[in-house]
Design a protein around this ligand. Structure first.
Ligand code: 0O2
Length: 268
């Protein structure tokens, strides 16, 4: 029974990781910080079925989180961006959404859950399963991981004092998320700047490497030296200008090599 759920979790984790990658490749801040997934253990499925009085033959229909994907964001605002991304996907059909961010659970738990239908192509035939996508901030995740392990330890009998401390900690997590939201623009600018710089440097090095195949070696060595000098100045405008210069040089060499190969074709 669990095979298609494993496949769904593997596929969804890859898909969400690619979204993060796409943002990064474009030199943009990604609303997705990290993605993980799991298939619920058989013992947990049976526990939940027992807790909710679900008969064994109804497990797949009634237990929505056998396949679970967790998306972690840096800031609360990113959660709605991720929710929008999910709503627009053609490979996911939304069954329902549970907003424990606007209104936390009595335990203090905060997270945004989306239950989706997702179809996997199995060996036999396509199978549509349900999966739960949990979206939360790094701070919310920290709280719920700790609280989950305490719930596991105490089951229904968590001491009152501990429960109260966890509620206070949940408030502190809310305050931390609000505080971080107020410096979000500042942090995002810094992260974007670093990512753009890393992309330009990767581009420049790529260009220099390609030039070694087509250009005069002395000229490329000179460009490489020039790059190191500009790199040490740590100036984005200079890096950008230098990269454009390399683009023009690469184009010139490429055009020359096309011309000379066309010439040798006519000679033949
Ligand atoms: P596990 O071990 O994480 O898999 P319902 O909608 O209430 O009928 P359900 O499935 O209980 O049905 O929904 P809910 O309350 O949205 O819970 C789904 C999952 O969210 C839980 O799965 C937890 O992973 C997480 N969660 C919900 N409430 C809490 C909470 O108070 N603390 C923590 N740490 N996590 C919570 P499971 O199967 O309960 O647990």
């Amino acid at each position: 029974m669990l095979g298609p759920y494993r496949q769904a979790v593997d596929e969804l984790v890859v898909k969400f990781k690619h979204i993060k990658q796409e943002y990064q490749n474009a030199g943009m801040y990604s609303p997705i910080e990290s993605v993980s997934g799991r298939v619920k253990r058989i013992s947990s499925i049976l526990d939940k079925a027992h807790r909710k009085s679900v008969p064994i033959e109804k497990i797949e229909e009634k237990i929505e989180d056998i396949a679970g994907v967790r998306i972690i964001c840096q800031f609360v605002e990113d959660i709605s961006t991720v929710v929008d991304i999910i709503r627009k996907r053609s490979d996911l059909i939304i069954k329902r959404e549970k907003d424990y961010i606007s209104k936390s659970k009595p335990s203090g738990y905060r997270s945004y859950h989306i239950i989706v239908y997702y179809t996997v192509q199995t060996f036999g035939e396509p199978k549509t399963i349900e999966a739960e996508i949990q979206i939360r901030t790094l701070a919310m995740n920290f709280w719920s991981t700790i609280e989950h392990s305490l719930q596991y330890k105490y089951k229904e009998n968590m001491p009152d004092g501990l429960r109260e401390r966890l509620l206070r900690a949940a408030d502190a997590v809310g305050a931390l998320d609000n505080e971080m939201a107020s410096v979000r623009d500042e942090i995002m600018d810094a992260q974007n700047f670093n990512r753009q710089k890393a992309n330009i440097i990767a581009d420049i090095l790529n260009n220099i490497e390609n030039l070694y195949h087509i250009a005069n070696e002395r000229e490329v060595t000179k460009m490489q030296k020039e790059f190191f000098e500009i790199y040490q100045k740590d100036d984005m405008a200079l890096l950008n200008r230098f990269n454009k210069q390399l683009d023009v040089l690469s184009e010139t060499y490429r055009a020359q090599s096309i011309q000379s190969s066309a010439g040798s074709f006519i000679d033949l």
